[in-house]
Design a protein around this ligand. Structure first.
Ligand code: IPD
Ligand code: CA
Ligand code: CA
Length: 266
């Protein structure tokens, strides 16, 4: 069966699921009742689970045979060549504190390649989306990475994984320092999916982070790519949503970003 023929339908179901989950987040904003700790500071709320269930319900109603990888419920046991990769609430810590920086991220991978992705920020009503080789969009308008030419004039973003005891924590702080000395400014916003989309639409010039999971970056990475961005690991090697290191940037400052990351390569 040629799944690629179904791409338009897959794309529209992806947008529908992302928007519907976003509405759940927005409706529950400021009213979180149940918070469980997955790790010492890594949380999950009842809203993460509710949004994820709704996304899966929508996907299954159209494509019951597709495989699903979702942050809260894991990998379904289906063996389809089409895999949906879902983060129902990216930025749970922000959400639970009433900080309006969080999103829903839904992507579709076919035979190992991400071909469809959507990231929705329900508070700003911003839907970022892309299909492979068909450009990237924000609320239906085509977007592009920025034209800023130098690191010195760039606004960057990064994020830190929850494990503050882990080996990468000290390195993260050093990287933050190194970029802070060279860039115009550096932010740590707390929703990797949205951070990637902000590079895609030119609000940030670049983003880097370690230890992200496929559901954090599957949709956003396609969106940056389709918006003309560069993606790699810290050594400039081929990007993968399953690798530990993520670097995305506009074309112009990519080599400067790699230069600063040199001492931190794995
Ligand atoms: C987190 C966010 C954050 C990143 C963390 C992720 P979550 O996802 O993307 O920006 O720094 O590493 O785990 O837990 O809010 O879905
Ligand atoms: Ca996440
Ligand atoms: Ca999440």
């Amino acid at each position: 069966m040629d799944f690629r023929k179904d791409l338009n339908q897959i794309y529209s179901v992806c947008l529908e699921a992302t928007r519907t989950a976003g509405k759940i987040l927005k409706d529950s904003y400021g009213e979180v009742k149940t918070i469980d700790f997955k790790g010492s500071i890594d949380i999950v709320t009842d809203v993460d689970k509710k949004a994820e269930d709704e996304i899966i319900k929508i996907i299954k109603s159209h494509f019951p045979e597709h495989t699903i990888l979702a942050e809260e419920s894991g990998l379904s046991d289906k063996h389809s060549k089409v895999k949906w990769i879902i983060d129902p609430l990216d930025g749970t810590t922000n959400f639970s504190h009433g900080y309006k920086c969080f999103s829903v991220s839904v992507a579709v991978e076919i035979e190992g390649e991400v071909v469809v992705g959507a990231v929705f920020d329900p508070m700003a009503d911003e839907l970022f989306s892309a299909q492979k080789d068909k450009d990237a969009f924000l609320n239906g308008e085509k977007i592009n990475v920025s034209e800023v030419k130098t690191l010195k004039h760039s606004l960057l973003c990064t994020g830190f994984y929850y494990n503050v005891e882990g080996k990468n924590f000290a390195e993260n702080i050093e990287m933050f320092k190194a970029f802070s000395k060279r860039a115009q400014a550096v932010r740590r916003d707390g929703s990797a999916a949205l951070d990637l989309c902000y590079v895609a639409c030119g609000r940030f010039e670049a983003f880097w982070e370690m230890d992200l999971k496929a559901w954090d970056i599957a949709a956003g990475s396609l969106i940056v790519k389709e918006a003309g961005g560069r993606l790699s690991d810290y050594s400039g090697n081929v990007f993968s949503i399953y690798k530990e290191e993520v670097l995305v940037s506009n074309e112009k400052i990519f080599s400067e970003m790699l230069e600063v990351l040199k001492p931190f390569r794995s």
